[in-house]
Design a protein around this ligand. Structure first.
Ligand code: AMP
Length: 281
C-alpha cells in the first residue's frame, strides 16, 4: 500500500493510474478505522481497480467547542488495518496541506446543510462538502464510497456531485452495527461502559419504529414520540433531535408514505452519536 501525504504526490499517482486505464475508488474517512470503514473498502475493491482511502481529521467540519483536538487518531493501527483490508493507497495529508495559509474557498449545499445535524453543528456540512470536493479533485475517483450511517452527509455529497457536474459516482453502503445493534463509530471509543449501554437506546428506538411501521403505523409524530420515549427512558441519554423526514429534501413528513428517513442524534455524556433508518411504506 502506498502512503501519500502531499496533494501533488496524490495527484501524480492518480494521474498514473488513470493513464494505465485503471478505475479509482475513493473512501474518505477521518481514521480510527473500524469495520464500518472496512465495509466501504471492500465495496470499493469489488467495484474499482484501485482503492484509495483518505484519512484526514478535517478541522473545518468541527465547531469551536467540538472534539477536533481529542478525536481519536492512530495512524499505525489504521495503516495496518488498511494493508490487511487490501487498500492500494492511503492519502494522509496534514491540515496545512489541505488548507494552506490564505485559504478562502468553501462549498455550501443550501437547504440541506441546515437541517438535522446541521442545526446543532452549524458549519459542519460546509466543512464536509468542501473537503470532499477537494478530495475528489485531488484523487479524481470514478467512484466514491460513503456510509448510510451519515445519511445527511451522503445526501449532501450526492447533491453536490450532481449540482457541480462532478464525474464521480457516489455509492452509499449500509450501516455496519455491533451484534447488539449499536452502529459502529470512531466516537464509540469515548463511551464509558454505562454510556455504551445507554447508547443502545438509539438502535433500540429505531428498531421499535421499524416494527411499528411494519405493524401498520403511518403517523410520523407517533413514531418520533415513541423513539423519543425509548431514549428518554435512559437517564444517561440527552436527545439532540429525532425526526422523520423526506430522504431527498430532509423536510419533515407527517405521514409514512413512500420512503421516509428516521434520523436521530443524542448525547451520552459529552459524546454525540447519530443513527438512522430508512423506511418504506
Ligand atoms: P468517518 O471516519 O466517521 O468520517 O467515516 C468515514 C466514512 O465511513 C463515512 O462515509 C461514514 O458514513 C462511514 N461509516 C462510519 N461508520 C459507519 C458504519 N457503522 N457503517 C457504515 N459506514 C460507516
Amino acid at each position: 500500500m502506498k502512503v501519500v501525504e502531499s496533494v501533488a504526490g496524490m495527484k501524480a499517482l492518480a494521474r498514473r493510474w488513470r493513464k494505465d486505464g485503471k478505475t479509482i475508488g475513493l473512501v474518505p474517512t477521518m481514521g480510527y478505522l473500524h469495520e464500518g470503514h472496512l465495509s466501504l473498502v471492500r465495496e470499493s475493491k469489488k467495484r474499482a481497480d484501485i482503492t484509495a482511502v483518505s484519512i484526514f481529521v478535517n478541522p473545518t467540519q468541527f465547531g469551536p467547542k467540538e472534539d477536533f483536538k481529542k478525536y481519536p487518531r492512530d495512524l499505525a493501527r489504521d495503516s495496518a488495518y488498511l494493508e490487511n483490508g487490501g487498500a492500494d493507497c492511503l492519502f494522509h495529508p496534514d491540515a496545512a496541506e489541505i488548507y494552506p495559509p490564505g485559504y478562502r474557498s468553501y462549498v455550501r449545499v443550501e437547504g440541506l446543510e441546515d437541517r438535522l445535524c446541521g442545526r446543532s453543528r452549524p458549519g459542519h456540512f460546509r466543512g464536509v462538502a468542501t473537503v470532499v470536493l477537494k478530495l475528489f479533485e485531488i484523487v479524481g475517483p470514478d467512484l466514491a464510497f460513503f456510509g448510510a450511517k451519515d445519511a445527511q452527509q451522503v445526501l449532501i455529497i450526492r447533491r453536490m456531485a450532481a449540482d457541480l457536474n462532478l464525474d464521480v459516482e457516489v455509492v452509499t453502503c449500509p450501516i455496519v452495527r455491533e451484534a447488539d445493534g449499536l452502529a459502529l463509530s470512531s466516537r464509540n471509543t469515548y463511551l464509558s461502559a454505562e454510556e455504551r449501554k445507554a447508547a443502545l437506546s438509539l438502535s433500540t428506538g429505531l428498531r421499535w419504529a421499524e416494527k411499528a411501521v411494519r405493524a401498520g403505523e403511518r403517523d410520523a409524530g407517533r413514531l418520533v414520540a415513541g423513539i423519543r420515549s425509548v431514549l428518554e427512558a435512559e437517564p444517561l441519554a440527552r436527545v439532540d433531535y429525532v425526526e422523520a423526514v423526506d430522504p431527498e429534501t430532509l423536510e419533515p413528513v407527517a405521514e409514512v408514505r413512500g420512503e421516509v428517513l428516521l434520523a436521530l442524534a443524542a448525547y451520552f455524556g459529552t459524546t454525540r452519536l447519530i443513527d438512522n433508518v430508512r423506511l418504506r411504506a
